[in-house]
Design a protein around this ligand. Structure first.
Ligand code: ARG
Ligand code: ZN
Length: 873
């Protein structure tokens, strides 16, 4: 069945209050739900009440305390129907029983590592009790949780704690929680277990004292401090930047090791994959620190963008996710380096979202149909959604954007809203017509922006011709021109930006050209010298830019552009061009030759000590294999791309490795996770990589760096290089790493990932062997992601092996995981999303593997949805 946006209809009944009593038992938890229901005004009395369920067993049902007659209702695993409900408000009591231990899907109420946890978004609440399980039904919840005190001394719920106590003579105890804010069922959560914790407080700007706590597995509480610090900084930042205060007496975070996704914003009780909470110098990398900070902030920010204002239906997912990603990006930019954050986010967008948008799984940020909503927690909804908010800010200015946000919170607090509601606030607050802009939510595909320029010295006029192409996507929708904000500058001969006196041909506000037609010819007058146009500064729109700038102009921008993003971008553009050409030459059997001027310019940039080392490290990072494949677009041969990359690395290494070694900062005496220190490490690792490529650094040097490392970031960087370059010391380092971290699941995940990404065909056999390693488990999502998904999504050489064995292996893994965890299995399936761009023999092998997957009996809806779309697209 396909759910369609156009079929949206409000419910016939409203649920005002929910009282839940949850009796925790490992194999039979009993849930008693009392729902205060009433008919919606205008609905005919007697209209049947239909509640959602999923794999439920009904124990009892009663209305206002009177047991229901058998013919008054119908209950199946996935539905509860009350045939003729009372016309007056009534209380429906329902008792269900679930088995938390047998719940391997990790949706609903499950038990892992001895702890009880819930995950309800998007449709997990219906696996706990029958309910109107949709985001536009908002109710006030009171939850009583009861469990054996020895098994679960900690009992947490949404909202504020009300009461705790013993159940005399049973060894059991209970806790009652009350959440005063009406919320949809997907924000419900409860946790029970024997957990350790750290505590702190935060005073909001109006003086409310909030008790903060982070709970985790015993023995790991010392790794929670950075997360706590990030939480307090997030709370302060949301007050300062958006005027948003926290609204309950407590804020609890629980870190669990078995979790399908990153984290979940349940009201007052965020539940996290422990990967995004636990960090210290010994067990967390710089990457981990940055992501802990970002994800803690993201979930906290949902309290306003998601919880206080939620979504009317799941088509609106981007309303909360895109906006909240934008907010967490802004937070991280303020905490760290704005330029470095922007570059990393854009690189991520290109690596993941652009391929999604260019393949069979492309969909608008606000989709209009789905078979399985779990499959729409995508990079398009999240990351492109964030880009849309960013463009809104670019178009309206920071003040206009803030005015729109303020109106959104004033107008919609307590609502289940839509994208249209959201945009109307910005239109109303600023008097702007956003109807064309709204297309960003409705049209899938990455627009291509093509530009040409001409400078007339006599007239002192620069002419910019801009054209947008809207590629076809699987929905076959006819597309209208989008509103593309093009931030720009005119880089003069001395590297300073030149001004212009007048602009005609399109709306130009300050430094932003608004392209709203398919094409425009913009004339900028009063330009005193021949400029190099620096377009799409800060990546002001999520498009593929194709300019007419040649090598000389690009090299000049690498050296001089006042916009750090475009400085980086100019280097990427050159590298991409070199990689594309070299790939083609390799396929023709030729040896690639590179233009040496790039190495010179890059060497200069890398040694420019006035620049942030983190920025310089990013400039030294070549576009990923996936980006190169996307740029080549058809008839792709991943092996040739890889050989081209190695050739370019060697070419660059030969020319800049010594300069990098000289410029590389020495190791800090002690580990500090701040952005600056992390940037120095990243630069050092880039110097190692080019040193290796040039043969200036040996296996023994890396082994020494590994053993001398004072933190996981340096240790892992040395390990990765040794293993990926297949150096003599690699096996011994892998062994040493394993021995050091064998009891630490999160670090072992990295040990698996490093090996899954070795760029060789034989990595497939290595992954197969590792999947039989005693430390591996198909039941633990983080492990499956670390080994299997990393292999498929992060190792183009091995996954796309010419003999098709990589594809066949993946299909087997999908089928195996699907039997116990469909969400994880469907994420693995998306690894095939770009198979059509491969050269014919790989394409045929991938297609055959997918068709075989389609014959597997009883595939989940999650996997078959991805499969159908991938094969049709
Ligand atoms: N809302 C969560 C977040 O913060 C993610 C929930 C993912 N749920 C799912 N069914 N995939 O982004
Ligand atoms: Zn989110």
């Amino acid at each position: 069945v396909v759910v369609r946006l156009e079929d949206y209809r409000p419910t016939d009944y409203l649920i005002e209050r929910v009282y839940l009593d949850i009796q925790l038992e490992p194999e039979a938890a009993t849930i008693t739900s009392r729902l205060s229901l009433h008919l919606r005004e205008g609905t005919a009395p007697g209209t049947p009440l239909v509640l959602d369920g999923d794999a439920l067993v009904l124990r009892r049902a009663a209305i206002d305390g009177v047991e229901l007659a058998p013919d008054a209702f119908e209950a199946s695993a996935d539905r509860f129907t009350l045939r003729a409900p009372p016309a007056e408000p009534f209380e429906l009591q329902i008792v269900t029983e679930v088995n938390p231990t047998a719940n391997t899907e990790l949706m609903g109420l499950y038990r892992s590592g001895g702890n009880y946890t819930t995950q309800c978004e998007a449709e997990g609440f219906r696996r706990i009790t029958y309910f109107l399980d949709r985001p536009d039904v908002l109710a006030v919840y009171t939850t009583r949780i009861e469990a054996s005190r020895s098994e679960a001394p900690i009992l947490l719920g949404n909202g504020n704690p009300v009461e705790t106590g013993d159940v005399a003579g049973t060894g059991r105890h209970y806790a009652i929680w009350h959440d005063p804010f009406p919320k949809p069922s997907y924000l419900f959560a409860m946790v029970g277990g024997d957990l350790a914790s750290i505590h702190d407080t935060f005073r909001t700007r109006s003086g409310r004292e909030v008790k903060l706590a982070i709970y985790c597995e015993r023995g790991k509480e010392s790794r929670c401090h950075y997360a706590m610090d990030s939480l307090k900084r997030s709370m302060k930042w949301d007050e300062d930047r958006f005027g948003l205060e926290y609204d309950l007496d407590v804020f609890n975070i629980v870190a669990v090791s078995d979790f399908n996704m990153g984290a979940m914003e349940n009201k007052g009780l965020n539940v996290f994959n422990d990967k995004y909470v636990l960090v210290d110098a010994e067990t967390g990398t710089d990457w981990d620190y940055a992501h802990v900070e970002g994800v803690i902030a993201h979930e906290y920010f949902h309290n306003w963008t998601g919880n206080r204002i939620t979504c009317r239906d799941w088509f609106q997912l981007c309303l909360k996710e895109g906006l909240t990603v934008f907010r967490d990006q802004e937070f991280s930019s303020d905490m760290r380096s704005r330029a470095v954050k922007r570059i990393s986010d854009v690189a991520k967008l290109r690596e993941h979202q652009f391929p999604e948008d260019a393949g069979p799984l492309a969909h608008p940020a606000r989709p209009t149909a789905y078979r399985e909503i779990n499959n729409f927690y995508t990079t398009t909804v999240y990351e492109k959604g964030a880009e849309i908010c960013r463009m809104l800010q670019t178009i309206l200015g920071e003040d206009g954007f803030r005015a729109g946000m303020d109106l959104y919170f004033r107008r919609h607090d307590g609502d289940a809203a839509t994208i249209e509601d959201f945009l109307a606030c910005f239109a109303d607050a600023t008097g702007t017509d956003l109807s064309q802009f709204a297309l960003w939510y409705h049209q899938a595909g990455t627009p291509i922006l093509i530009t040409e320029h001409d400078y007339d010295a006599a007239d002192e006029t620069l002419t910019l011709r801009l054209r947008q192409i809207l590629p076809e996507t699987p929905d076959r929708q006819r597309k209208s021109p989008m509103h593309i904000p093009v931030a720009f500058g005119l880089v003069g001969p001395d590297g300073q930006d030149l001004s212009f006196s007048r602009a005609t041909g399109a709306r130009v506000d300050g430094s932003v050209i608004h392209l709203t037609d398919l094409q425009a010819e913009v004339k900028l007058e009063g330009v005193k010298a021949r400029p190099i146009p620096s377009l799409l500064r800060g990546f002001s729109a999520p498009v593929r830019l194709e300019t007419d700038l040649g090598m000389d102009d690009l090299l000049f921008l690498v050296g001089h552009d006042a916009d750090p993003f475009n400085r980086w971008e100019a280097a990427q553009t050159i590298a991409m061009d070199l990689l594309k050409r070299a790939t083609e030459e390799i396929r023709q059997g030729a040896t690639p030759v590179f233009d040496g001027r790039f190495a010179e310019e890059l060497g200069r940039l890398a040694s420019a000590t006035e620049l942030d080392p983190a920025f310089r490290a990013l400039a030294l990072t070549l576009p990923s294999d996936m980006e190169v494949a996307q740029a080549i677009r058809t008839n792709v041969d991943p092996d040739a791309i890889f050989v081209a990359r190695r050739a370019l690395q060697t070419h660059l290494g030969d020319r800049i490795a010594d300069a990098l070694a000289a410029a590389a900062p020495a190791a800090d005496a002690s580990y500090r996770p701040d952005a600056e220190s992390a940037g120095r490490r990243a630069f050092r690792h880039a110097a190692w990589a080019y040193g290796l490529a040039a043969g200036r650094i040996t296996s023994a040097d890396l082994a020494e760096a590994f053993h001398g490392a004072g933190n996981l970031t340096d240790r892992l960087a040395a390990l990765r290089l040794a293993v990926h370059r297949d150096l003599d010391d690699a096996p011994a380092l892998l062994e040493a790493f394993y021995e050091r971290y064998r009891d630490d699941p999160l670090v072992l995940d990295k040990w698996f990932s490093v090996q899954a990404t070795v760029p060789q065909h034989s990595t497939l056999e290595r992954v197969q062997a590792l999947s039989r390693h005693p430390a591996f488990s198909m039941k633990v999502p983080n492990r499956v992601y670390a080994l299997i998904r990393t292999f498929a999504a992060g190792n183009p050489v091995a996954f796309n092996r010419p003999d098709g064995e990589g594809y066949r292996y993946m299909v087997d893994m999908v089928a195996e995981v699907d039997r116990h965890n469909p969400s994880v299995a469907s994420r693995l399936t998306t690894a095939f999303r770009s198979f059509r761009m491969m050269e014919p023999s790989r394409r045929a092998a991938a297609e055959a593997a997918l068709k075989r997957l389609a014959t597997v009996p009883e595939l989940s809806r999650d996997v078959s949805d991805i499969l159908i779309r991938t094969l049709e697209g």
